[in-house]
Design a protein around this ligand. Sequence first.
Ligand SMILES: [Zn+2]
Length: 135
Amino acid sequence: MSNISEKDPYYAEMKELKELENRRTLIADGDYELPPTRCPCGGRIIEETSQIEADVGRKYLTCNVFENDGLHIRKIWVHAIQEEVTKLKNEVSEQSKQIRSHGFYEYQINEMRTQLANNADEIARLKELVASIKR
Ligand SMILES: [Zn+2]
């Protein structure tokens, strides 16, 4: 279905099916956006508390135009928060690694500063030596 041509009489229909499939894939992958603020349909994500008898009080993150057709986001709120916490933990871990490597670079920069200062002293001493030889 990836090589659909505009000349094909079913082009519009096939294009629409492909778009629906893309939306289903985005929703099924789950990592569309954490926490989701937009549904792939373009709808806003709102917090909703279930009023269904078997599910009363359970919170959901739901597309504001949700229909149960597999094309809209509807996540149990706790699961969305757990996913977000996992994502944030991974980000913090990654940033900690970067901070540690920055510490290493800072150490190297300080070492280079010390060497540079020593080199400047050495150059000044050598200039004096050359000057004294010329006299
Ligand atoms: Zn939607």
